[in-house]
Write a protein that binds this ligand. Structure first.
Ligand SMILES: Nc1ncnc2c1ncn2[C@@H]1O[C@H](COP(=O)(O)OP(=O)(O)O)[C@@H](O)[C@H]1O
Ligand SMILES: [Mg+2]
Length: 350
C-alpha cells in the first residue's frame, strides 16, 4: 500500500487522477469539520465554553492565572466535561506551544508500569525550552486513569513527586476509588457531577441554533431526559436523530434510540395494574415486538413511572422491590446472553 503510494506520481489538482482510483476524494478541511461528530465539533474550546461546574472551572481558571496550578484529579461520570476542561486549560496556558508542552495518554494507549517509567518520565525530565523569564511547567494528561494498573499508579506516585517543579499531572477518571489513595492525596480533587437539565438544554439550544435544526420542545425535552446529565450522549442522540429525520420531535428521538416512549410506558403500567396477568402479558409482548423494545428498558422506565403515580406507600415499596428483582435477574441473564428466556423469566418473576 505504502509502496504503491510512493510509486504513484503526486497528483495535485485531482483532474488527472489515475482512472483506476475509485475511492472518495479526501475531504477538504471545511468539509471535514462539517461532517465531524458534533461531540468534537462542539467541544468547548475555552473554559468559558464549559457548561455548568462554574465553581470548579472558576477555581481552575484562577489557579492558572496565578500560575499556581496543582496536580489535578478530575473525576465523575462520562460526558460531563472533564477532558474538555483540561484541554481548555492547556490551550489557555500554552497557546501555540500546546503540542510541545503536553503529553496526553488515554485509554487506547498502553499505560502499564513501562510507560510510566519510560514515556512519562522521559517527558517530565526533559528540559523545556523557554524564552520567557520563567521556564514553563509542562503538563501530563492521563485520561481514564482508572484503567491504569496498580503497579503503574505506584510508579507514577514517585514520578509525580520527583518532577513536581517542572511538570503538572492531570488525572481524569470515572471511578475515583480505582485510583490509589497515595495518588489521590497528591492531587487536588474535583468532582464533575452529571449536568443538570437546564445546562444541557442551554448547550443543546446553542448547537441547534448553530446547525439550524428543526427541533420542537418535546424533542428537546426527550433529548435532555434520555441524556441523564451526559452531554456527550445528548449530542450523539441529537446527531443521529437529525440523520434519521429532518424534524426532531419527541417521537423521532425515542424511535432513534429505541427507548420506549413515555406514553407506551404509561400504557404498559395501565395494563399491569388493571388487566389480568395473561392479557397484560400478551399486550406487552405484542408491543415489544411491534416497536422493537428491549425488556430491560421497559422495566427501568416502569420503575421510574411507579414513583410518579399516586399509591399507598406499602404497595409502592412492594412494586419497586419486585421490579428491582426482575431487573437484577434480567441483568444477569443479559450478561450470560440468555435472550430467549425473557418470556419465561417474566412468568417466573411474577
Ligand atoms: N460541561 C460541558 N460543557 C459543554 N460541553 C460539554 C460539557 N461536558 C461535555 N460536553 C460535550 O461532550 C463531549 C465530551 O466531553 P468530555 O469533556 O470528553 O467528557 P468527559 O471527559 O467528562 O467524559 C465534549 O466534546 C462536549 O461536546
Ligand atoms: Mg474524558
Amino acid at each position: 500500500m505504502a509502496g504503491a503510494a510512493a510509486a504513484a506520481p503526486m497528483d495535485i489538482d485531482g483532474a488527472a487522477a489515475p482512472p483506476a482510483f475509485k475511492g472518495k476524494a479526501p475531504l477538504s478541511a471545511a468539509a471535514a469539520v462539517k461532517s465531524s461528530p458534533w461531540v468534537e465539533k462542539y467541544r468547548p474550546q475555552s473554559l468559558a465554553d464549559v457548561a455548568a461546574h462554574r465553581d470548579i472551572v472558576d477555581t481552575i481558571d484562577r489557579l492558572t492565572d496565578e500560575n499556581r496550578l496543582p496536580h489535578l484529579l478530575l473525576y465523575g461520570p462520562p460526558g460531563t466535561g472533564k477532558t474538555s476542561t483540561i484541554l481548555a486549560v492547556a490551550r489557555k496556558i500554552y497557546g501555540a506551544q500546546y503540542g510541545n508542552m503536553i503529553l496526553e495518554l488515554n485509554a487506547s494507549d498502553e499505560r502499564g508500569i513501562g510507560v510510566v517509567r519510560q514515556q512519562i518520565q522521559d517527558f517530565a525530565s526533559a528540559h523545556s525550552l523557554s524564552f520567557g523569564a520563567k521556564p514553563a511547567v509542562k503538563l501530563v494528561l492521563l485520561d481514564e486513569a482508572d484503567a491504569m494498573t496498580k503497579d503503574a499508579q505506584f510508579a507514577l506516585r514517585r514520578v509525580i513527586e520527583k518532577y513536581t517543579r517542572s511538570t503538572r499531572f492531570a488525572l481524569i477518571c470515572n471511578h475515583v476509588n480505582k485510583i490509589i489513595p497515595a495518588l489521590q492525596s497528591r492531587c487536588t480533587r474535583f468532582r464533575f457531577a452529571p449536568l443538570d437539565g437546564s445546562h444541557v438544554t442551554e448547550r443543546l439550544r446553542h448547537i441547534i441554533k448553530s446547525e439550524g435544526l428543526d427541533v420542537d420542545e418535546g424533542g428537546l425535552t426527550a433529548l435532555v431526559r434520555l441524556s441523564n446529565g451526559d452531554m456527550r450522549k445528548s449530542l450523539n442522540i441529537l446527531q443521529s436523530t437529525h440523520m434519521a429525520s429532518q424534524q426532531i420531535t419527541e417521537e423521532a428521538v425515542y424511535l432513534c434510540t429505541g427507548n420506549p416512549m413515555p406514553k407506551d410506558i404509561e400504557q404498559i403500567a395501565f395494563w399491569l395494574l388493571n388487566e389480568p396477568f395473561s392479557t397484560s402479558f400478551k399486550h406487552i409482548a405484542d408491543m415489544k415486538m411491534r416497536k422493537g423494545l428491549a425488556l430491560i428498558d421497559i422495566i427501568r422506565e416502569v420503575t421510574m413511572f411507579v414513583f410518579k403515580i399516586k399509591m399507598p406507600s406499602n404497595v409502592r415499596v412492594k412494586l419497586i422491590n419486585d421490579l428491582a428483582d426482575i431487573e437484577y435477574v434480567l441483568f444477569i441473564l443479559l450478561k450470560l446472553n440468555f435472550d430467549q428466556s425473557y418470556p419465561r423469566l417474566i412468568i417466573f418473576c411474577c
